[in-house]
Design a protein around this ligand. Structure first.
Ligand code: NAD
Ligand code: ZN
Ligand code: ZN
Length: 345
């Protein structure tokens, strides 16, 4: 089968021919219908050898969807031909966190060598994908796989981040989204669907700000220091109740910190290199909270798919064939994608 692999440190990913995998006991093989392109892929491919821990060659793709095509020994209660979304942050299935559906925070995954597809295990940018357990499959039902595959990360990650701040976002509150890319443009829609807060979007790119307006942001501003006063003015000087930062370089962390209100939340979702000082000597507003969430729980993925059905969350997608997938990564690197790139094998 064809697969898109990262094969050598610092080199672009390549389309290669590899053996079609067979499902082992307890596993499920999907015929892939769609795979999303995430900035985290670009991040891991930018790491030097000394920090790269994902194995080579690595078949990319941690946002996956497919149709059940073959099942391994012992797999029950799953029908061939069912259209599925893949829950990506695979855990051990046995620990307390996994029992609560929070496999993203599995306490055993690292020591057992369990890694998500596309981030250690072979990923979804291929004609077929092996899913380690039926537990990691959620039926898509009537949701189109190409339009919705990115809800497994670009939807689930902001959903989890926002859910953790809902009590800070009653009507009258203000939320800021920094970085209106794949995750950020879904974050704007989730905020509109789940809260009555005023939603403000910041980005460095005008086309992304236009996308933010199209998907429901009340206000957009260029992401630069002057945005602090403009956003504070909207809140009568008080500051904002929650900042969701999908960039987290030093510039955006500083912007967020300067905007957040007393008792507000600054939620760091991006995998950037900035850091924030905390403590009484730091300039953060009183009792503001900072957290850096990772992906989301299994039950939250059910909730995201239901939200997409009931509220019409729309991922703005640009599709690529598997042969053209390297071009999708090139566009991502150059910040030329609007919304999410989706590879359709
Ligand atoms: P993306 O490339 O689609 O979007 C990034 C957006 O940020 C773009 O619109 C870009 O114009 C904008 N941007 C860049 N610099 C900016 C600045 N200084 N101010 C404001 N906007 C700026 O990326 P994505 O796939 O949406 O991923 C976003 C981030 O989230 C990445 O760092 C990714 O690695 C990370 N991520 C984290 C998790 C998690 O679990 N925490 C999960 C998925 C992705
Ligand atoms: Zn991702
Ligand atoms: Zn576990």
């Amino acid at each position: 089968m064809k697969a898109l692999q990262y094969r050598a440190i610092g080199q672009p990913p390549e389309v290669v021919e590899i053996d079609t995998p067979e499902p082992g006991p307890g596993q499920v093989r999907l015929k892939v219908t769609a795979a999303g392109v995430c900035h985290s892929d670009e991040y891991i491919m930018s790491l030097p050898q000394s920090e790269y821990i994902y194995g080579l060659p690595l078949t990319l793709g941690h946002e996956g969807a497919g149709v059940v095509d073959r099942i391994g020994d012992g797999v029950q209660n799953i029908e061939l031909g069912t259209s599925m979304a893949v829950y990506g942050p695979w855990g051990c299935g046995m620990c307390y966190e996994c029992a609560s559906g929070k496999e993203n925070y599995c306490r055993n995954a690292a020591k057992l060598g369990i890694a998500p597809p596309g981030l250690g295990a072979p990923g979804a940018m291929a004609e077929y994908l092996i899913v380690d357990s039926p537990r990691h499959l959620i039926p898509l039902g009537d949701l189109d796989p190409v339009q919705n595959v990115s809800l497994t990360d670009a939807g689930l990650t902001p959903y989890h981040a926002i859910k953790g701040s809902l009590e800070k976002l009653p009507s009258g509150a203000t939320a800021v989204v920094i970085g209106v890319g794949g995750l950020g443009h879904v974050a704007v829609q989730i905020l509109r669907a789940m809260t009555a807060a005023t939603v403000v979007a910041l980005d460095i790119d005008e086309a992304k700000l236009n996308l933010a307006t199209d998907v429901g942001a009340h206000y957009t501003f260029p992401s630069e220091p002057g945005a602090v006063d403009m956003v504070r003015d909207l809140t009568g000087g008080r500051g904002v109740d929650a900042v969701f930062d999908f960039v987290t370089n030093q510039a955006t962390l500083d912007l967020g910190q300067a905007m957040v209100a007393a008792q507000g939340d600054q939620v760091l979702v991006g995998v950037g290199s900035g850091t924030l000082p905390v403590g009484m000597a730091a300039t953060t507003a009183w009792e503001a909270s900072i957290r850096a969430p990772y992906w989301g729980s299994r039950s939250e993925l059910f909730e995201v798919l239901d939200l997409a059905r009931s509220e019409g969350i729309n991922v703005h997608t640009e599709t690529f064939t598997l042969d053209d997938a390297p071009a999708a990564y090139e566009k991502l690197k150059n910040n030329q994608l609007i919304g999410r790139a989706v590879v359709v094998p």
